[in-house]
Write a protein that binds this ligand. Structure first.
Ligand code: NAD
Length: 354
């Protein structure tokens, strides 16, 4: 059996994870993967129930699972708590506790939604790229100084540090991912200026020797930011450091046109973690109008990356394509002339197309 821990979280989290579990159960009937689900708590709902946002038992259960499916956490109710009790602490605790070293963010433009993209249709038609971001190193985790006097003036600094094993680990993952996609990898750095980037580039070139079937190129981060806006279709897999990945993945996420549709995976040393990129959307929670597709597509990533069930993952992705092509739209992507559906109806329609 393959054990999946389901953490619904707060706001729309319970609605969208319920949809994704329904889809996974249906796909399991078809592909006989042997999925079993266990519920755990994290975020504001865990604080209300257990007095802490990440109970030790939740983390332990995640460590022993084949994968974790997560909704979202947070909401006004918990905004004024002491920092250690706030819902987002659960996310930090899970990232650290599970050693989630890589964040994978696919950006796919659906033909049926092409008008929703801020870029011209001819630029984004067929765009399907994946950003692999290093998640536990670099400048976000380096030494820092909030304030010091240097040469008589106040300064602050943050240190960027990458080791060879850290870069090797993320690079191998990116090459392995490119291998099961279209076989193209772009490594993004700032090697014309930064020492860490020069080490990054050297290690990427060394790792590349083991992947002759993958075509590798390098781009400076400023050029990559421009290329994402002028020719995003040139990319298959992009691998980059923590800070560059943070910025580029947010830039790339708008290409698709709707936050409700975007999945993500965080790959860990102990287990991996799958969640939509959106937050708990308290403004629409409990109204059966949230778009569950981002979470359902995260479940497809879970099948692909944690369970190596590529056919099952593709079947889910095709069912979402078909649902959109058939004219069904949740409120966030609705336009006149289409069929408006709620969260539960969307789930049923996707299940019918599996
Ligand atoms: P958000 O992503 O929750 O919402 C932004 C906008 O997108 C809202 O208008 C919302 O209604 C809409 N939206 C989000 N998901 C949607 C969906 N599935 N279908 C349709 N519309 C959707 O971001 P926010 O409003 O900045 O944050 C709300 C709360 O979520 C905050 O407490 C924040 O801290 C938390 N948050 C959590 C995570 C996480 O758990 N990973 C990530 C981001 C924000």
């Amino acid at each position: 059996m393959k054990k999946i821990i389901v953490i619904a979280g707060d706001g729309v989290g319970p609605e969208v994870t319920k949809s994704a579990v329904t889809v996974l159960k249906k796909i399991d009937e078809k592909f006989k993967i042997g999925l079993e689900f266990e519920t755990r708590y994290a975020g504001g709902s865990a604080y209300d129930k257990f007095g802490e946002p990440l109970p030790a038992e939740t983390l332990e259960a995640c460590k022993n699972a084949d994968a974790v499916l997560f909704g979202a956490v947070g909401g006004k109710k918990w905004d004024n708590l002491e920092v250690k009790f706030r819902p987002e602490q659960a996310l930090f605790g899970l990232r650290k506790g599970l050693g989630l070293f890589a964040n994978l963010r696919p950006v796919k433009v659906y033909e049926a939604l092409i008008d929703g993209s801020p870029l011209k249709p001819e630029l984004v038609s067929g765009c399907d790229l994946l950003i692999v971001r290093e998640l536990v190193g670099g400048i976000y985790f380096g030494d820092r100084c909030e304030s010091e006097i240097y040469n008589g003036v106040e300064c602050a600094w943050d240190m960027e540090n990458y080791s060879v094993p850290e870069v090797e680990r993320i690079t191998k993952l990116a090459f392995d991912t490119a291998k099961i996609r279209r076989g193209k990898l772009t490594s993004v750095d700032k090697a014309n200026v930064l020492s860490t980037s020069r080490l990054w580039r050297r290690v990427v070139n060394d790792v590349a020797k083991n992947y002759p079937e993958v075509e590798l190129n390098h781009l400076y981060v400023d050029n990559c930011a421009m290329q994402l806006a002028v020719n995003p279709k040139q990319f298959d897999v992009i691998v980059t450091s923590n800070m560059f990945g943070d910025i580029l993945s947010d830039e790339a996420s708008v290409i698709g046109g709707s936050i409700g549709l975007m999945p993500s995976a965080s790959i860990g040393e102990l287990t991996s973690f799958y969640e939509p990129i959106h937050g708990s959307a308290p403004d629409i929670a409990g109204k059966n109008i949230a778009n569950p597709m981002g979470t359902i597509l995260s479940a497809a990533m879970l099948l692909r990356y944690s369970l190596q069930a590529e056919d099952a993952a593709k079947t889910i992705e095709a069912a979402i394509d078909k649902t959109l092509a058939d004219g069904y739209r949740t409120a966030d992507i609705y336009k006149d002339g289409f069929k408006k559906i709620g969260t539960e109806e969307a789930t049923e329609i996707i299940c019918e197309r599996l």
